[in-house]
Ligand binder design. Structure first.
Ligand code: SF4
Length: 432
């Protein structure tokens, strides 16, 4: 029987053929924790006297969610993490390095790997065709210390996307559309497997956006077959030799097949307070926005900043709308400086924050005031997510975010791409 990507990767670790539904014990290639979950994992290990990392070079402890620390308790948590890294030899990703999922993709993860992370958006790594999944701190603690974990092999939904995105429509619109279609629990404990011509032609940045949000439909993983794009991405990161081609078998068994025509998509917006509350841009236009936020593990990459910069260049920010930019990693930040994006964004009136999660998790930087609305490129808009239960969060693409910052209200980015018809020159009448 043919195998899905999830069955292939998990099977190669279990050293046997596996099928959806089976529970297996597998070695773990990469482990991650962040500054919210790391201290919990460490305390669990201290309790059972198991303070060690089975594979320290592939155990990465991130300081990204509240970094630089806004409070004393969080600063003390950072100390706990630093001490654990020192004791075990695990890798430490310091304040300012960036968001865990971005750095894991840039520097640690390879096709065919199994990654477990104490953060729900660990599924981002599926874009590199690694079985990447979020787990609770205790599970990750044990995986980190012993180098293995248990998994139930998930059933897979095949998401086949064909057609070309219309101008102004992006992978973020596609994933929002899919989540709106199947619901926030539509793929609970399933693997989503993205395929089709649109995915084949999609950049790694766009793929990371898709895989990142798989969990917003409840999925355990969001996988994409490895190909030339994966290879080029790894080569650019100096890990070309780690490329491995992994594809699903033609006769793989899927629980469900979802077909999407990308050419029919429109910019999408997730309305407060759930990610599956998706509406087309036509229903969002005109909603006043106090703050625009571009960043996060979903849409804080160079390509996202490029899209936003091209839209805002030469325009004025709406005087009543604030704009916050958070590059997803130090590498993204440096590249954006080099490309001139940061200068253009600052001149436009944006506030640039240190690489990391920024306002995404609501502990610092850009907490909303009562009744304020934010349009963000992040992946969650739950009540209170940006630090205030009286705030309203709308989710959209970086292009929608950029035009919104200009207009001060949610606006359609497609207008930006509509070419003005050339004015016909009327022939001058000849003088007689
Ligand atoms: Fe979580 Fe947001 Fe940080 Fe991503 S950027 S890891 S979603 S807090």
């Amino acid at each position: 029987m043919g195998k899905t990507l999830a069955e292939k990767i998990i099977g190669s670790h279990a050293q046997k053929e596996v099928t959806a539904g089976e529970i297996v014990l597998v070695p773990v290639d990469v482990c991650l924790t962040q500054d919210g979950t790391g201290p919990l994992a460490i305390r669990q290990l201290q309790k059972i006297n198991l303070e060690k990392a089975a594979n320290p070079k592939k155990t990465v402890l991130f300081l990204d969610h509240a970094a630089p620390s806004p409070r004393r308790e969080l600063a003390n948590d950072h100390i706990t993490i630093r001490k654990f890294a020192e004791k075990t030899g695990a890798c430490l990703s310091e304040v300012g390095e960036g968001v865990c999922h971005q750095i894991i993709s840039e520097s640690y993860l390879n096709p065919g790997d199994i990654l477990i992370g104490a953060d729900s958006h660990t599924c981002t790594g599926g874009a590199l065709c690694a079985f990447s999944t979020g787990m609770g701190s205790t599970d990750v603690a044990v995986g980190l210390a012993l180098g293995k974990t248990w998994l139930r092999v998930p059933e897979t939904f095949k998401v086949e996307v064909n057609g070309k995105f219309p101008p102004g429509v992006y992978p973020k619109d596609l994933i929002l559309h899919l989540i709106g279609m199947i619901g926030a629990d539509g793929a609970t404990y399933k693997a989503l497997e993205f395929c089709g011509d649109t995915i084949k032609k999609m950049s790694m940045s766009g793929r990371l956006t898709l895989s990142n949000m798989a969990v917003e439909a409840g999925a355990k993983a969001g996988l994409i077959a490895s190909d030339e794009t994966t290879k080029k991405f790894l080569q650019a990161q100096g890990r070309g030799s780690k490329f491995k081609k992994i594809t699903a078998d033609k006769d793989a068994v899927y629980e469900r097949v979802i077909e999407i025509d990308a050419s029919k998509l429109v910019p999408a917006v997730a309305f407060p307070h759930t990610v599956d509350n998706i509406k087309p841009i036509s229903e969002a236009k005109g909603i006043k926005i106090d703050q625009v936020f571009i960043g996060t593990c979903t849409n804080g990459r160079l390509e996202d900043l490029k899209i936003a910069t091209e839209i805002i260049k030469g325009k004025k920010k709406h005087p009543k709308t604030r704009m916050i930019i958070v590059p997803a990693s130090k590498a993204v930040f440096l590249d954006a400086i080099k490309a001139g994006y940061i200068k253009t964004l600052v001149e436009f009136g944006a506030t640039i924050m240190a690489p990391g999660c920024g306002p995404c998790v609501g502990v610092h930087e850009g907490i909303l005031g009562d009744g304020e609305a934010c349009l963000a490129t992040m992946n969650r808009n739950f009540k209170g997510r940006m630090g205030n239960t009286e705030g309203f969060i709308y989710l959209a693409s970086p292009a929608t975010a950029a035009v919104t910052a200009i207009k001060g209200e949610i606006a359609d980015p497609r207008g930006f791409f509509t070419k003005k018809k050339p004015v016909k020159k009327t022939a001058k009448k000849k003088k007689r």
